[in-house]
Design a protein. Sequence first.
Length: 577
Amino acid sequence: MSFPVKRFVSYYKPYRNMFLLVLASAVLISMLSLLFPLLVRHITTDVLEGNLDSALNQVYLIGAVMLGLVLTQNVCTYFLDYKGHQIGAKMERDMRSELFEHMQKLSFEFYDKQTTGQLMSRITNDLMLLAELFHHGPEDYLRYSIRFIGAFCILFYINAAVTMAVFAFLPFLAIFSWYANKAMNRVLIKNKERMGDINAQVEDSLSGIRVVQSFANESIENRKFQHDNQRFYQSRNGYYKAECLFANGVDVFVNLITITVIILGSAKIVGGSFNLADLITFLLYIGFLVEPIQKLPHMSMQLQEGLTGFQRFMQIMDIKPSISEKENAYELSHIRGEVEFKGVTFHYEQSLKPVLINQSLVIKPGEYVALVGTSGVGKSTLCSLIPRFYDVSAGSVHLDGVNVKDLKLSHLRSQVGVVQQDVYLFAGTILDNIRYGRPHASNDEVIQAAKLANAHEFISGLPNGYHSEIGQRGVRLSGGQKQRLSIARTFLKDPAVLIFDEATSALDNESEGIVKESLEQLAKGRTTIVIAHRLSTIRHAKRILVLTEDGIAEQGTHEHLMSLNGSYAKLYAKQFV
């Protein structure tokens, strides 16, 4: 795959004018630096060989000129470094925002196949390295090119034969650099992948630290981490080996060039076609020729890391969201809450075996329906198709008679509330977490939602009330408290359709009773689908659907299904034997 140069350059566009000033500073610095050896040559040939009295004045004058050049260079260098890094940081910020916003659009299907650590590596480490390339790349290559070409022209003017002898080494150096860079790039890509593995392992272990410690499995986690850490060390060590071979090879060429200048220059001095001033000038300018070569390992690493980071960035940016919104998508002015599945078939991308096959179902507005069945038959999957967390493989899902694919995605999802068994709360205050259901809600509306969810009492008992910090994922709260905050959040959202995905199965009896009361309050007047593990919790449902691998096997009230003595009766018997 060719490198997307146009896309890479496009990130400079908002800062084009300032970037051009930075490049102009780099050009000026390079041209001024080329003057110093020429001034030294002028002193050693024209000034010191003339009248000593006038020579002294000229030396002082040239010294003043050099001082002026140094001051000008310092001012330009400060501007280049500060503004250049600022531009790089702004571009990094823009790309990180673009990447994060794109990640927010990607579907559950994408995250089913990714690890958080790998994604974090792309959004942090990769873009930091890319910012360095954005700034230093063009500036360094321009600066070193001007100095290199300028030094060549000046040296060629002084003595073409010695200059061409020096440049005879360059084709061999170019070939050596090409192969060394390819080796370094291969190892660098492996470094990126293994750093992502470390991030994923750390994120997984630290997120589950309570489980780790409760099972006293710290040693297992340490071994897993040490395995990934050792693999990263090995790839990093491989990079350092390749880098050292490269640097040492470059040093060999640099030393050969310097020796060539000294030997040839000295021989020509003896022959009378060269003088000491020319040799000194040559040796001073050799630094300008050698510096880009000496910087090659660093510049190469910077280039490879930056380009690799950009390619990894583009890999994510080029992923099309599998859940997309039609151009002419619209909103419903009023939603009653009727849900209909028409011949729905669904299978996950990584699996050819369908989870659902040709399922049809109508749920009336305001109806309270329970879904039961063994694990893996597709209860949660069926419900996930309503807010389009996944799209059907065949058939269609309708809300109030309208295909959900014809509705604006944000509008559709604002009308579907999901209360899950595994509650996710964000680090922050209780107020912030409830308000997540409707970000612009007032404090009074948040408190009212908490009261409806039976959460106001325990919140008021906390030292800082609604402003209490709950910690990462709400670790300072009990399971029942977290679930009530989740319900309060959904109350504030005020959706037309509710999905309870085994919302009480992980709670103790006391907490379950309180949460169950909150859920019943929330379900009033809304279309409600309950995915139940404990069948005792849905006995009062007006309609219970029994889902099997073959589809909806039975439906009806608890009493009716028990009288059939079929799948439901067997599930019920297993729980109460």
